[in-house]
Ligand binder design. Structure first.
Ligand code: SF4
Length: 467
């Protein structure tokens, strides 16, 4: 993957039983959102219930992301804030278990305990299923608990089958974890370990439960999701194309997305699936990072810019209405003006509906962090500004072209204004309409009538349950 799908968010996860308060702060990608939900599931039998403020929480989990710029420093800054909460609660006679999870915990576990001794638990992404045991150990032990191994057992085998189903008809489902690609700039292979795919039966079971609870759209998650190769119930190995076909056909998932993909793992079967499977939404996040072959080689991406262009052409032949999003890094070590201009040209050639873009910043332990020829900050700044202006222009044009179109919207919640509900189009655009709450969790047809800065305004046509 992920390349990087930065969706920084601070979310409180809901759980079901009355008793102790749990506050989960989630930073990073959708996989972290999913992991936060699953940590809540694991803790629910211990009596933890979500609270929306840390000062009401008996346990606080900071689920971190290493992709962020100066990730570790941001974690220590947040921990400083949480320490004050913990101390204030202690003065009031209340204990607080403070846990750090996610990729920064994996990469910097010992450093966290050295610099923030008030942290009780540090756990890597592969050990969430051991959280109840860690909580018990933290309560018993005088010192902190650290669990950042890559255990032999798969964490998914030990997570409870029941999970709280998010309201709004859309859910994430992790099918794959880890990455073997070792891109020069990325910490994921070091923090999430080698590629591992969940067995088909476990995924189908989880999807069935989600559908039974009203979920219409499932986003399949993995750091390198299209490298999925899970054990099938028939004794063969299933790829992503077969999995999505069966999730739609057997389980009845109406809308399917998957993220994040690597261009190298986009095989012919998966390209064809975009033609053959109507449940696959016509929007694909396909990171390219750079348009320069020299930089792509330095990044160890394993493909050229032309191979990416050819792949996009095949996808668009298979699904002419497919829109693309991508990730870009500017200022990778050694990137020249000419390399950067090649990236700009690739963006003009392809045309993206959406994209995430970043200045390169060294991640300790990654090959690129030690490379010579680091690009000066002011040069990176200037390049990023130009690149983002072009991407913004393309995104605005894509959204503007939606006005006047009729689209199926999955309504996921209330809008900001009274009487308003909001949802997402097949292209993941936010859409707001005047409408009843009863449509939340449903798919309805909408005429798009207005372009806002980051969303679309629409009018219900009166037809519901279209997919
Ligand atoms: S190593 Fe490369 S493919 Fe793997 S998660 Fe990182 S950026 Fe994505």
């Amino acid at each position: 993957m992920n390349d990087m799908t930065p969706l920084p968010c601070a979310s409180t996860v809901r759980s079901g039983k009355q008793a102790r308060g749990l506050h989960v702060i989630t930073w990073g990608c959708q996989m972290n959102v999913y992991d936060s939900e699953r940590m809540t599931d694991v803790l629910r039998p211990l009596g933890y219930e979500a609270v929306d403020a840390p000062d009401r929480a008996d346990m606080i989990i900071l689920n971190t992301c290493h992709i962020r710029d100066r990730a570790a420093e941001k974690v220590f800054s947040e921990l400083g804030r949480l320490r004050l909460v913990k101390e204030a609660r202690a003065q009031a006679g209340q204990q607080t278990v403070l846990a750090v999870a996610g990729c920064v915990a994996q990469a910097e576990g010992r450093e966290i305990l050295a610099r923030a001794p008030y942290v009780d638990i540090v756990l890597g992404p592969q050990t969430y299923h051991r959280l109840p045991e860690m909580v018990a150990r933290a309560a018993r032990a005088a010192g902190a608990v650290i669990e950042t191994d890559f255990p032999v057992e798969q964490k998914f085998d030990f997570l409870p089958p029941e999970r709280e189903v998010p309201a709004g008809g859309a859910a994430f489902l992790t099918i794959q974890e880890g990455c073997d690609k070792f891109c020069s700039f990325c910490v994921v292979p070091y923090t999430r370990g080698a590629e591992a795919s969940r067995p088909v039966a476990a995924i189908m079971d989880e999807a069935r439960r989600l559908v039974a609870h009203g979920v219409r759209e499932i986003t399949l998650l993995g750091q390198n999701v299209n490298a999925y190769h899970g054990d099938g119930p028939d004794g063969t190995t299933w790829g992503l194309a077969r999995l999505t076909a069966e999730l739609a056909g057997q389980v009845g998932v109406e809308r399917i997305r998957y993220t994040t993909s690597h261009p190298r793992d986009m095989d012919d079967g998966l390209v064809a699936a975009h033609r053959e499977q109507p449940a696959l939404m016509p929007f694909l996040h396909l990171p390219v990072q750079s348009g320069s072959d020299r930089v792509l080689a330095a990044m160890n991406r394993g493909h050229t810019a032309q191979e990416y262009r050819d792949l996009v052409a095949r996808l668009r032949t298979a699904r002419p209405d497919l829109a693309l999003s991508s990730d870009f890094i500017v200022g990778h070590p050694g990137e020249t003006d000419e390399d950067f201009e090649q990236t700009m040209q690739l963006i003009r050639d392809i045309g993206f509906a959406q994209a995430y873009s970043f200045k390169y910043s060294p991640r300790p332990g990654t090959p690129a962090s030690n490379a010579g020829a680091q690009v000066p900050e002011d040069v990176k700044d200037a390049r990023l500004q130009r690149l983002q202006a072009l991407l913004r222009e393309q995104q605005d044009a894509f959204n503007a072209a939606s006005v006047g179109q009729r689209v199926d919207v999955l309504f996921t919640g209330r809008g900001r204004k009274p009487g308003q509900i909001s949802g997402k189009s097949p292209y993941l655009q936010a859409v707001h309409v005047e409408g009843p709450d009863s449509l939340i969790g449903q798919v309805a047809e909408v005429d798009i009538v207005k372009l806002h800065t980051n969303s679309l305004g629409g009018v219900l046509t009166g037809e519901t349950d279209r997919v």
